[in-house]
Ligand binder design. Structure first.
Ligand code: SAH
Length: 506
């Protein structure tokens, strides 16, 4: 039988990019993933689709698995010959009870490895702009449990030495015990004026930071309603936040933005919004599917490629679908050697470069009219043009080319269909959590979102609608909704810039 193994993996504090490369590799290999409350769910994207997922963290109202039961579960899976990824928030050995799990695994004779992670004790302050050490300010730091039972006879925390001898103190699990922590530190000589901060859900897009002083901390926890999980940082380094803040002052920080594009198209928009600090929720309302004629039109066009003079792409999807079919038919890009290629905008042209092709004609601004006027001087007026594109699309381009004397064949390369798989999630977000912005990157995203909320535009009250261009905006107006952000450059970057400006104005 295959030898099992358990990897105790530090999942990092939340930002999925703070997972180590080794942690990622183990996660990719795993047959079983055992996840925690604090291990970010977004890491599951690295798991095999067929991997089993067991959640053992706490969740309001649900039974929490006891530590010993978790350890036994790991041992059992390991004995079954499984590769187990035990994902733990932060670092497994920093108040993560990783050691206890290893003791059980050792006893059971199950091989294991520990993969350290980025601990929230350092990363949460870092993302709040607070370095735990700094030349001239702090030469030492300590990470301390804030969870010690206050009724314990003798504390195992050396309050006197910490208060007097360590510059930066970071308490984990301490929110509920702030009064005790602060009074102990002050009792042993830390000044009530010492700067302090709570960093809640550090490194995540909804991170919250509250600055206070040691003397006021207990009162502020109550007043500001601070809840776990938070790291409580005490020391003069907290003052550095004023200068070193970088994460929570990015332009879209704190904005929850719904992306309605199809999953296959969304990634770039999501990446750019994330980088600007937004919390993006990918809730596709449309999906890209194979053409309704099952590629009949496209295959016929591929059979007579040599007769075309121009090949024009009006979307990245068109490029993807065309080349997939071209390769499947046993051809390669040499079959296009005699043709000129047009792309409707820079993103479509970029997609072509993935196939080693440079478009001969790309208007700076994404719009059919612009492509037409750019192509005009290049045409003699008798060219044969092939346009593989979506089933439903505007007729400006083919008609304009025909007016110029060209013979134009439009073939269906793909079609967009409503994606209703995320309807419940969409309603849940709008009804219970709210969103700041919804992005619409085509009219079909508008139609399909409206269908999914059954026309309940009241759910969109207070939500800013951001459209990629005037056509999409006009579609919103059909529902009596006025988008307050309309990009005048009809690309993803254009849209993101418009959102940034719109947010700034508010
Ligand atoms: N092993 C973890 C700590 C587990 S103890 C680590 O190395 O980070 C749980 C405590 O960690 C929480 O109560 C909270 O104090 C802290 N914590 C975990 N993730 C956090 C985050 N993203 N932001 C702030 N504090 C966090």
């Amino acid at each position: 039988m295959k030898q099992g193994k358990v990897y105790l993996i530090g999942a990092g504090p939340g930002d999925p990019e703070l997972l180590t490369l080794k942690g990622k590799r183990c996660l990719e290999e795993a047959d079983v993933i055992v996840g925690d409350y604090l291990a970010d769910k977004r890491l599951l994207r690295y798991a095999r689709p067929d991997a089993e997922y067991v959640y053992v963290g706490k969740k309001a109202g649900c039974h929490t698995m006891k530590q010993h039961e978790i350890s036994l579960l790991l041992a059992e899976k390991g004995k079954e010959g499984k590769i187990v990824a035990r994902l733990k928030g932060g670092d497994p050995f920093v108040f993560g009870r990783g050691g206890e799990e290893i003791e059980v695994l050792r006893e059971a004779g199950v091989p294991f490895e520990e993969v350290p992670g980025v601990t929230s004790a350092i990363a949460a302050p870092a993302y709040a702009g607070i370095p735990v050490t700094h030349r001239g300010v702090a030469a030492s730091f300590a990470v301390i449990t804030g969870h010690e039972d206050p009724n314990k006879d003798r504390s195992s925390i050396h309050w006197d030495k910490l208060a007097g001898g360590v510059d930066t103190l970071i308490f984990l699990m301490g929110v509920g015990h702030t009064a005790l922590i602060a009074s102990q530190l002050m009792k042993y000589g830390k000044s009530a004026d010492t700067p302090a901060a709570f960093v809640r859900w550090g490194t995540r897009p909804y991170q919250e930071t509250y600055t206070t002083t040691l003397g006021k901390a207990a009162e502020d926890v109550v007043k500001m309603g601070i809840k776990p999980p938070a790291a409580f940082v005490v020391g003069n380094v907290v003052k550095l936040r004023e200068k070193m803040r970088w994460f929570d002052n990015r332009p879209l920080f704190g904005k929850r933005i719904i992306v309605t594009r199809s999953r296959s198209q969304a990634s770039r928009l999501v990446t750019v919004l994330d980088q600007k600090g937004a919390e993006t929720l990918e809730i596709p309302t449309i999906a890209i599917r194979d053409p309704s004629d099952d590629f009949k039109g496209m295959d016929e066009a591929l059979d007579r490629l040599e007769m075309y003079d121009w090949l024009i792409f009006t979307s990245q999807n068109g490029v993807d679908s065309f080349f997939r079919r071209l390769y499947q038919s046993g051809r390669d890009t040499r079959a296009l050697g005699h043709m000129k290629i047009g792309a409707i905008g820079p993103a479509t042209a970029r997609q072509l470069t993935r196939h080693g092709l440079h478009a001969d004609c790309v208007p700076a601004k994404y719009k059919a009219e612009n492509l037409l006027s750019e192509m005009k001087p290049l045409l003699k007026g008798y060219e044969k043009v092939l346009i593989p594109r979506a089933k439903v699309a505007r007729s400006v381009l083919p008609e304009g080319l025909r007016d110029l004397g060209c013979r134009v064949d439009v073939v269906e390369a793909y079609r967009t269909e409503a994606d209703t798989a995320h309807k419940e999630e969409l309603l849940d977000v709008l009804e219970h959590h709210g969103a700041d912005i919804i992005t619409f990157t085509s009219s079909s995203t508008v139609y399909n979102l409206m269908n999914q909320i059954d026309g309940r535009t009241d759910l969109l009250k207070g939500v800013t609608l951001a459209c990629i261009g005037p056509i999409t905006a006009a579609t919103c107006r059909k529902y009596n909704l006025e988008p307050s952000i309309i990009s005048d450059i009809y690309t993803i970057d254009g849209l993101v810039n418009a959102i940034e400006k719109g947010v700034e104005k508010k």
